[in-house]
Design a protein around this ligand. Structure first.
Ligand SMILES: C[S@@+](CC[C@H](N)C(=O)[O-])C[C@H]1O[C@@H](n2cnc3c(N)ncnc32)[C@H](O)[C@@H]1O
Length: 222
């Protein structure tokens, strides 16, 4: 079966910019207290794990969550991103693959992180993406989704001077919440941070935490 064009394009984009991306974002979390707080809540909810960081990129957030004591591994499309992640986090496990085609058992995870990595998945595939997250989470497991809030995609051309381009989808939190509910999740919290000029944000930043209900019938509408 041939790979979907958007996956090929996403991988090629991140393979090209991996080293520059990693250097640029290496210390980003240090200046983002709200993001650290959200990750701290997630870490408490998932307890002893295990957690999958899907679309982990260079592993900076994987490493941060690991530093909070959570057993976590990363998965990404891009071999170049994974090379950085393994170099920077030699004690952690990183695998190549697509979060749309998870080679993971049903119900085996306490947590799934999708930190700015669902932003390249076409809207039509979000139901399948969330159904996959629901499948691999244990009952009571926790999903953390981070994305830029909004309606209009951002197109990045020649990032860091490289001759590549890619669309970065922005999404309305309420639309994502509806899709999560349709996939069987119960919303735990919605956090939206307004753009901070000092941080060069181009949009509000949304952080949704949702849980796979403990037992069938526990899901509340979100
Ligand atoms: C904006 S980067 C975020 C990386 C990382 N989470 C971080 O915050 O530094 C998006 C990442 O998601 C990965 N990605 C996008 N779609 C993916 C998919 N379907 N499966 C696995 N990884 C994917 C890309 O390769 C890229 O590394």
């Amino acid at each position: 079966m041939t790979e979907a064009d958007f996956l090929t394009a996403t991988r090629a984009f991140y393979d090209t910019i991996a080293d520059d991306y990693a250097a640029h974002f290496q210390d980003e979390l240090a200046g983002r207290p709200l993001e650290r707080a959200v990750l701290g809540v997630f870490a408490e909810l998932v307890g002893d794990g295990p957690v999958a960081d899907l679309g982990c990129g260079p592993g900076r957030v994987t490493g941060y969550v690991a530093s909070l004591g959570v057993p976590v591994f990363g998965l990404d499309l891009s071999a170049s991103m994974l090379a950085v992640a393994r170099r920077e986090n030699p004690r952690l496990r990183f695998e190549q693959g697509s979060m749309l085609d998870l080679d993971l058992p049903d119900g085996g995870l306490a947590g799934v992180m999708c930190w700015y990595s669902s932003i390249h998945t076409p809207a039509a595939l979000l139901p399948a993406l969330f159904a996959g997250f629901h499948r691999v989470l244990a009952p009571g497991g926790t999903l953390l989704l981070a994305f830029q809030a909004g309606d209009v995609p951002l197109r990045l051309d020649t990032p860091f001077g490289h001759p590549v381009s890619l669309d970065f989808q922005r999404r309305r939190p309420e639309d994502m919440e509806r899709l999560l509910a349709d996939a069987g999740f119960a919303l735990h919290s919605r956090t939206v941070r307004q753009p901070d000029a000092a941080l060069a944000d181009s949009a509000p930043q949304a952080f949704l935490i949702a849980r796979r209900p403990e037992a069938a019938g526990d899901a509340q509408p979100v």
